[in-house]
Design a protein around this ligand. Sequence first.
Ligand code: NAD
Length: 391
Amino acid sequence: MTEALTLDKQKTKKGTADFPIFDALASREHEQIVICSDPENGLKAIIAIHDTTLGPALGGTRMWNYNSEEEALRDVLRLSRGMTYKAAISGLNLGGGKAVIIGDPHKDKNEALFRSFGRFVDGLNGRYITAEDVGMEERDMEWVFSETKYVTGIPKSLGGSGDPSPVTAFGVYMGAKACAKKAYGSDSLEGKKIALQGAGHVATYFARHAAKEGAKLYVSDIYEDKANELAKEVGAKVVDPDSIYGLDVDIYTPCALGGVINDDTMDQFKCDIIAGGANNVLEDEDKHGKELVKRGIIYAPDYVINAGGLINVSGELEGYNEERAHKKAERIYDTILDILKYSEENDVPSHVASNILAEQRIAKVGKIHTVYSSKGHFSGRAGEMYLSDRR
Ligand code: NAD
């Protein structure tokens, strides 16, 4: 039998003995969690909706072999909150949500599991809109999509926006230019030395923009052939993965993995700017964010500069248009400049500044809903109309 247990603030006041669920929800202001259980098909999933002030909660579904249910719950609460901030600072009319499926992505996948999950998503009637995240593949998302229209980031062949990397990379490029403007008074990357970590999707598109503008690129990847291929295309120099941090460059652009700004790498940096596409680059947000300020390194907060991917999939809610997605991602330039200005004027690290500005937008835009309008919530309506047409 399949059933969803929806826990929200109104229904129960007591948490469980082991994990105080309602305290956890209240402390970070989550609205709702939905626990999805379908034992026959092996489905154990949690959907977390953090905040829907600005619009429906959008965020990917992650499939991961968590060590415990508590670990999965903590992860989904953390990730969904991050999506609220990302959408808000990016000027999108979206809230923050995320889902996790507990299971081994190499062993536990099957059609019924994903279709069952899709029905849980559908049951939320658009309060949560999902997308692909770690551990999920195109085929899995197609199964989810066969049961619910509340899916974004689907292939172009199915009416979606396809690979988000080009728009993500364009946003990173615009963000790096904004940082250059702040550091050097000009946003030109001509002649600027850039250390690019990773030679994958985002790095490749970024490198093309930067090379076209005349930047001098250094590229590293754990797969040497990937680094060689990209270097050949854009005229870059290949460097060893371990030496990327200490290069004497203007900009370090992490486009590989998280946690790369840490106790070991901090003293190696000689750059003026860190601006890249990778998620969660500060190993310890508070500590390493402050360390960068002390060293005078300008840091473009990761979730702001890499929001092109979210901007891209959110376009599906209005009817996807690639040019419009690029136009919206171009605004990352102004957003980063606003953040750096706030950071300087208020003497707070840039990642703190972006959190504050995101919260201010939620509070201000949230207030306009107190004014009656027959249109209701614009983004929700637009999304609903388009998503209905698509299937
Ligand atoms: P990708 O898998 O295409 O590329 C990552 C590359 O990094 C791979 O080539 C990999 O070999 C390399 N790599 C791994 N460890 C490395 C190391 N220690 N040193 C050097 N290279 C290493 O991934 P992607 O889609 O380009 O995404 C890159 C980063 O950007 C990820 O952190 C991702 O979460 C983030 N991101 C991507 C998007 C998007 O639209 N693709 C959106 C937002 C954030």
